[in-house]
Ligand binder design. Structure first.
Ligand code: AMP
Ligand code: ZN
Length: 465
């Protein structure tokens, strides 16, 4: 698989450190508010990367943190008159509601910054001892000048960064590019004892400490949105490489922005929709489908039209799933026909096209096209009197690909299916026992649910009106 590595600025062949294993870290949300649709993009896209690596047979360990101490959380806690822990707990719970509904699998580990204070203090101490950090007042800062590779990820030389940096009045830092590893706490803020007095960690250090604790000094893949390249990921590299004396990350992956009217969707521009607002209108799964409709590095524009289209395309996939599942139970008995066998062989080509797209820096847009080519081919093959066996094989091949994309997980569709199937079976039984009044009542009930029945050679089929 080839992945675009921000560090080298090129697509590179992916080779994990240990054969057959992948260690992946994604920067998670600061939990002070509901997530917006832009935040859902890295969640969904890197969930697909994880699923694809598992599909390829890797054992993947995936870590995603929660930033649960930070200025925004403190502000929110003060506004609401509750503690920072309460704010964080509430929004972690809300995060999982959205993530689960978007079909984003939970990480193997979801560490919190506040559960890693000793590890953070250890790393800061090491940096101070090695001369990469210094104490100023109650704070500890990273000495960017001491790290010769600073700026390599964002491809900006330190001199240029320094020249462009804003110098704060009364700045206690040696250089404007130095950043806080540890902040002395002000009254009313959460704080922990440390060799530098009571304080709390800076934002960047938590990811270095947690990645180190849960995945080791050098990891395979680190992901996040493009806005994290600088300064967050640049600073993570500086901290980890100076503390550990070795390379931090082999592949840096960054998703492009989700835009609205061609501007990045963000809280600060106040041009955002929360995931649940969007999901209420279009459905969570349509939102997921919409994200997959573009390769993860391209910009993607949010619009009601695109979401509606995503919902319609998704519906076509559900229709195929339903049709083929029905035929798997109700198709012809016996072995597959030669035409069916030939069709199954051809389906291999669509799977190959799907994989080729995914191998090319995870091009989910092309991967989806391959799925639709497969759908069209299956649909033509179903025109005659397909066998159960053939339908079962088609279903397996189709769902294998949609599972990698994390689509068609919607249980309410399933439970609707089950409910309708049961009512149809009851109606058939009523007709068989000549209880036509009951059969009619069931037909009316189905009609009220918006279900239309159709008699086919394979039995009764149904569709939504
Ligand atoms: P934040 O809460 O701003 O730290 O963002 C959490 C994650 O969402 C980070 O990986 C960001 O890079 C990502 N993100 C935020 N806004 C957008 C956006 N408009 N498009 C894509 N990714 C975004
Ligand atoms: Zn991070």
């Amino acid at each position: 698989m080839r992945l675009f590595n921000t560090y080298s600025g090129k697509k590179e062949e992916f080779v994990p450190i240990n054969p057959g294993e992948v260690r992946m870290y994604t920067c998670g949300p600061t939990v002070y508010n509901y997530i917006h649709v832009g935040n859902a993009r890295p969640m969904i896209m890197f969930d697909v990367l994880r699923r694809y690596l598992i599909y390829k047979g890797y054992k993947v360990t995936f870590v995603q943190n929660f930033t649960d101490v930070d200025d925004k959380i403190i502000r929110r806690a003060n506004e609401e008159g509750i503690s920072c822990e309460e704010v964080a707990e509430k929004y972690i719970e809300e995060y999982f509601k959205d993530a689960d509904a978007l079909g984003v699998r939970r990480a193997d580990i979801h560490p919190k910054a506040t559960e890693n204070i000793p590890q953070i203090i250890d790393m800061v101490s090491t940096l101070v001892d090695k001369g990469f950090a210094y104490v100023a007042g109650q704070d500890v800062y990273f000495r960017t000048r001491a790290f010769k590779n600073y700026g390599n990820l964002s491809h900006q030389p330190l001199d240029e960064l320094e020249a462009g940096a804003r110098v704060e009045v009364n700045d206690i830092k040696e250089s404007p590019m130095d950043f806080a590893l540890w902040k002395g706490s002000k009254p009313g803020e959460p704080s922990w004892e440390s060799p530098w007095g009571p304080g709390r960690p800076g934002w960047h250090i938590e990811c270095s400490a947690m990645s180190n604790r849960y995945l080791g000094k050098t990891i395979d893949i680190h992901c996040g949105g493009q806005d994290l390249i600088f300064p967050h990921h640049e600073n993570e590299i500086a901290q980890s490489e100076c503390a550990n004396g070795c390379k931090f990350v082999n592949y840096w992956l960054h998703n492009g922005f989700l835009n609205i009217d061609n501007k990045k969707m963000s809280k600060s521009l106040n041009n955002f929709f929360t995931v649940r607002e969007a999901a209420e209108k279009f459905g969570y799964e349509a939102l997921r489908y919409f994200m997959l409709s573009a390769a993860y590095r391209s910009p993607l524009n949010y619009s009601a039209d695109s979401l509606t289209q995503a919902g319609a395309a998704l519906e076509r996939l559900y229709t195929l799933k339903k049709t083929v599942s029905f035929l798997k139970e109700n198709g012809e008995e016996g072995p597959m026909s030669p035409a069916e066998e030939k069709c199954l062989e051809e389906l291999g080509a669509y799977r190959q096209a799907f994989e080729d797209a995914m191998e090319d820096d995870m091009n989910t847009a092309d991967a989806l096209s391959a799925v639709f080519d497969m759908v069209r081919r299956i649909n033509t093959a179903l025109a005659g009197r397909p066998t159960k066996l053939f339908a079962g094989e088609c279903l397996k091949r189709f769902l294998e690909l949609t599972d990698v994309l994390g689509l068609l997980y919607n249980d309410s569709e399933e439970s609707l299916d089950e409910k309708v199937e049961k009512l149809i079976a009851d109606r058939q039984a009523a007709r068989k026992s000549r209880d036509f009044a009951l059969a009619d009542r069931i037909r009316d009930e189905l009609k009220e649910m918006g279900i239309i029945l159709e008699d086919t050679p394979q039995g009764v089929k149904w569709r939504k009106a």
